[in-house]
Design a protein around this ligand. Structure first.
Ligand code: NAD
Length: 363
């Protein structure tokens, strides 16, 4: 076989990856659109999810839950939400009597995810919960069990599970051409730690950059490898002891897989990095930037660099896919089980940080 570049091999194996034929098959009539209520109107809801819900075809924004009356008024005006679909944290459980709301999207700080997900499921709603889905794998388990008990669907807000360039990375990694994948590097970091930020409070965030950014780089590694890592060895660094209390500013670890593939990862709240690199022999494929929402992603191999048009609002695809899963009663791709898998790895990283030893990852 002649030598081909990684991007060239993608072209011959089918290049563009179908996300879901039903999802792309067109608009759903107005009355079939599912109603979404956003819970927690902070940065992510305001800058990403609200605008993305203007682009969704299978669901639409119909309700909000907020503890701040001024935000309620602003969102009502901006998105035409009626006061009868506006809730606060006291009236949250009344969602069960609101037939206009099918999907409740939890966009709260991490420590509140499990409680509000379970309450929304008990109110009979389908739920999307932001990442990290729970504070640990055991909490994710409780959330999955609550969805099963309620007979409702649960999605974790993993927008990159629906992002075509990430799907291309996975497809190339698992192509037998050029041999098997040997080495990966997946990293994400920003200079973002500030006093008072809930993300750096161990009780609210659960572990700084590890909890906030870890799910992206861990899911990229295990999905490219197409298997679970068997063990992890982790280290933590603090560059500002006045800021980081009970957490590290930067976390680095090495995941090992049964076939001797390794993945080196760094996540940081102190410095910028955003990279997804997969190598097989002398071939590599790299996305840079890779994980931040709505960046233009550049896919590069040894000979070509292709800046692919960034999908505007990956979250629209993610939310429409979930609405489709509900309407068609099909399995959720970014499922609660996927989130639990990543949390098992994060739990093992925390254990390695404590013990200073390599830790086995449960399957
Ligand atoms: P944020 O701090 O901007 O917003 C959090 C919201 O929760 C605020 O509106 C705040 O008022 C509200 N809140 C309610 N009760 C609170 C309490 N007791 N303490 C603190 N805040 C309370 O945070 P964000 O950046 O919007 O993140 C929210 C969630 O979304 C997090 O879990 C985060 O990991 C996730 N997120 C995901 C992505 C992604 O790309 N998937 C991107 C950003 C954030």
């Amino acid at each position: 076989m002649t030598r081909r570049t990684a991007i060239g091999s993608l072209a011959t194996i089918g290049g563009a990856i179908a996300i879901s034929p039903t999802l792309l098959s067109g608009m759903v009539s107005e009355d079939k659109k599912l109603g979404v209520a956003l819970v927690g109107l902070g940065n992510y809801a305001t800058l990403q999810l609200g605008p993305a819900l203007r682009q969704t075809k299978v669901c639409e924004l119909r309700g909000i839950v907020t503890g701040t009356p001024e935000k309620a008024v602003n969102w009502q005006k901006e998105y035409g939400i009626s006061p009868e679909h506006t809730y606060d944290y006291e009236t949250f459980d009344r969602l069960k009597d609101d037939p206009a709301i099918d999907i409740v999207y939890i966009v709260l700080p991490n420590f509140m995810h499990a409680e509000y997900t379970i309450r929304a499921l008990q109110a009979g709603k389908h739920v999307i919960c932001e990442k990290p889905m729970g504070m640990d794998a055991a909490e994710c388990e409780t959330m999955i069990a609550a969805a099963k008990k309620a007979g409702r669907k649960l999605q974790v807000g993993y927008r990159l599970f629906y992002e075509p360039h990430h799907l291309q990375m996975m497809k190339w990694a698992q192509e037998p051409f050029e041999g098997r994948i040997r080495l990966m590097e997946t990293s994400l970091g920003f200079d973002m730690a500030r006093p008072g930020l809930w993300r750096i409070d161990p009780k609210m965030g659960g572990g700084g950059a590890l909890m906030d950014l870890g799910p992206y780089v861990i899911q990229a590694a295990r999905r490219a490898a197409g298997q679970m890592p068997v063990s992890v060895m982790a280290q933590g660094y603090i560059d500002d002891p006045g800021l980081y209390k009970g957490i590290y500013g930067t976390y680095a670890w090495q995941l090992r897989f049964a076939d001797h593939t390794v993945c080196n990862s760094t996540v940081s709240f102190s410095a910028y990095v955003d990279r997804y690199y997969v190598a097989k022999g002398n071939q590599f494929l790299e996305l840079k930037p890779a994980f931040a929402a709505n960046s233009k992603l550049t896919l590069q191999d040894r000979e070509n660099a292709t800046t692919l048009p960034s999908a505007e609002f990956q979250q629209a695809t993610q939310m429409d896919a979930f609405a489709r899963n509900i309407l068609d009663d099909t399995p959720v791709v970014a499922s609660g089980e996927e989130a639990r898998t990543d949390m098992r790895i994060i739990d093992a990283i925390k254990e390695s940080l404590k013990s200073g030893k390599e830790v086995d990852i449960p399957r």
